[in-house]
Design a protein around this ligand. Structure first.
Ligand code: SF4
Length: 461
């Protein structure tokens, strides 16, 4: 990572330190009012687009809006030339006709109340709500023992609780104060929904928890959840029964709505999962994590069809963007321990984040992985570049107004998610693929949530 960008990432992160007074452009303050006053004859949508472009340029370049417009001298001001000028400034590397850019230009709506709060603390909920149906389960008993100071309440159902309690994005900061034990009745195993028009890797998902204590800037959970707290289904045996009637030659994992292991010391589910899947050798179960919470996993005899996979990014990116997570060194050390215990290991470079000099950092990380984990023990490596829905983009702006990951050039992609341009993504994938292939010809590498043409060009599938 070059120094300037590194400085940018550091400057924009308020983890554990005092932050100087944030500049006004970070929150978009006053830009809408400025545009409304300066361009009263533009319609509302046009003013919204100009406001959005000015905000993004001002935030990235640390400029006031008057400075951005100083070089635009076309009189009388018409919308198309102004938008074109601003698009060129916002997307200087994009070579094609800027007016054809599928840029996402939604309203700038940043509420400082929604900003993420960084508190590294042990999960010890103030309130534990237990659905009537699972009060007698072993998980309910265990939680009572582990959290004697918590306030416990029996509820008819989580669904009813949510209906009677208001929640907005600010409440996401308080999620660790609330824990819910629920009975899952229907939603056991299913195909990974992937992304529209993307090539599926055939993955299946099982939700053994919802919620996370980490603060990855790109995480979709704050944009997706409309309820507070960390949820654990307490009827694990029903999941096992459901699996017996499901496809059994699948790759399945529990890391979609939660980190698979971060709360494992509380649920104590991993040994039971390993034990269960031993009897289904055609299936592969994946624990997908950024945690180092592997003591329970490594305390039991592993099975050959269990993989423990870490999502990884270069050290400085992980430090600045995957807030509150264990460092990359800690994650790789945990992977080494799981390898020694006899588990297969997976890695997810997802999201790969673009910045000047990214290649060097990612190549170094690939090499470090292969130096520590034998290729024959690596079950798979997935690659996925940063992407998000429009809703998530706005959530990131609100929760992490000082972020730099949104300053890169990103456009509405084939699936209406905001992505790097196709040529940029292709180049990133090809480079990542070559870094991996230099170390192993055999490790299975696949692209996550990418279109068919891209997969074909990069990995030939
Ligand atoms: S580890 Fe996964 S679930 Fe947790 S905050 Fe990061 S992206 Fe979200």
């Amino acid at each position: 990572m070059n120094e300037e960008k590194m400085d940018g990432l550091n400057r924009y992160t308020n983890l554990g330190g005092s932050e100087s007074e944030p500049p006004r452009f970070v929150y978009g303050s006053g830009i809408k009012e400025f545009v409304d006053a300066k361009y009263p004859r533009f319609g509302e949508t046009k003013r919204q687009e100009i406001t959005r472009l000015l905000y993004e340029i001002a935030k990235r370049d640390k400029l006031d809006v008057e400075d951005i417009l100083r070089d635009f001298s076309v009189e009388p001001v018409r919308f198309d030339p102004l938008k074109s000028y601003l698009l060129k400034r916002r997307f200087p590397k994009y070579k094609t006709n800027v007016l054809k850019i599928r840029a996402a230009l939604p309203k700038v709506e940043i509420n400082p109340r929604f900003e993420a709060r960084f508190e590294k603390k042990e999960f010890y909920p103030k309130y534990v709500y237990i659905e009537e149906a699972v009060t007698q389960t072993s998980l309910a008993q265990r939680i009572k023992q582990k959290f004697p100071e918590s306030k416990f309440e029996t509820i008819s159902s989580y669904r009813e609780y949510v209906k009677t309690h208001s929640y907005d994005l600010a409440g996401y900061n308080d999620r660790l104060d609330y824990c819910f034990l629920t009975q899952e009745k229907f939603d056991f195993f299913k195909n990974c929904p992937c992304s529209p028009k993307s090539v599926s890797c055939g993955y299946h998902i099982v939700n053994l928890g919802v919620g996370c204590s980490y603060e990855c800037m790109y995480c979709f959970l704050p944009a997706y959840l409309n309820s507070p707290g960390i949820q654990f289904p307490a009827n694990l045996e029903d999941f096992f029964d459901a699996f017996k009637a499901y496809h059994q030659d699948i790759r399945v994992g529990s890391g979609e709505f939660a980190d698979s292991l971060v709360f494992d010391h509380i649920t104590e589910y991993s040994p039971q999962i390993v034990e269960f899947f031993k009897d289904y050798p055609k299936a592969t179960f994946e624990f997908k994590t950024k945690s180092v919470n592997i003591d329970l996993l490594t305390s039991v005899k592993p099975a050959g069809n269990i993989a423990v996979a870490w999502t990884v990014n270069p050290k400085d990116v992980a430090k600045q963007v995957e807030c509150l997570t264990p460092s990359i060194d800690e994650r790789l050390n945990a992977a080494v321990r799981c390898q020694a215990a006899g588990y297969k290991i997976g890695f997810h470079f997802d999201p790969v984040i673009h910045y000047e000099g990214w290649e060097k950092d990612y190549e170094q990380l690939v090499n470090e992985i292969f130096d520590k984990i034998e290729a024959k023990n690596i079950a798979w490596i997935s690659l996925g570049t940063l992407r998000m829905t429009m809703g998530l983009k706005k959530t990131i702006e609100n929760r992490f107004p000082h972020n730099t990951i949104l300053d890169e050039e990103m456009f509405l992609g084939y699936d209406d998610k905001i992505r790097y341009a196709a040529n940029v993504r292709q180049s990133m994938y090809e480079k990542m693929f070559s870094f991996i292939r230099r170390r192993s010809q055999k490790v299975w590498v696949y692209l996550c949530m990418e279109e068919k043409g891209m997969c074909g060009k990069v990995v030939g599938a």
